[in-house]
Design a protein around this ligand. Structure first.
Ligand SMILES: [Zn+2]
Length: 112
C-alpha cells in the first residue's frame, strides 16, 4: 500500500472512489481494518486525509490515486475496529473498492 498525506485540499462533496458529487445523495461509508503486516499510514489522535495508490488489477503495475481517511486514535470508527474510512456515492463503488483493497483491509464493511 502506498500513500501520501494530504495537507490542504480534500475531496469535498465527492465520492472518494469515482469522484461523483454526493451533495444531493445519501453518502455511503465504508470502514476497514489493516491486515496484519500491511504497511500503513501512522495513527494520530485526529483523523486525517491521505491519498492511497491502489491497483485496480493485480496483474497490472498501474496505480490509481484515491482518497481515504485515517481514523483518529480516539474516534468512534477506531473503537469499532476501523482504521481507514471511505465516503462513497453508492454501494457499487463500495463493491469495487472492496475488490481492489481486499489484500490490504479486513473487516471492510459499511459503517453508515
Ligand atoms: Zn462513487
Amino acid at each position: 500500500m502506498k500513500w501520501s498525506e494530504v495537507v490542504d485540499s480534500g475531496p469535498m462533496g465527492g465520492c472518494f472512489w469515482c469522484g461523483t458529487s454526493v451533495s444531493q445523495k445519501p453518502v455511503y461509508a465504508l470502514g476497514g481494518r489493516f491486515r496484519q503486516g500491511v504497511e500503513h499510514p501512522p495513527d494520530q489522535d485526529e483523523g486525517y486525509l491521505v491519498q492511497l495508490a491502489v491497483s485496480e488489477n493485480t496483474d497490472s503495475a498501474e496505480f490509481r490515486w484515491m482518497w481515504a481517511i485515517v481514523a483518529g486514535s480516539q474516534s468512534e470508527a477506531k473503537k469499532h475496529g476501523k482504521d481507514l474510512l471511505f465516503m462513497l456515492c453508492s454501494e457499487e463503488c463500495g463493491e469495487e473498492l472492496r475488490e481492489v483493497l481486499r489484500a490490504e483491509l479486513e473487516s471492510f464493511d459499511a459503517i453508515m
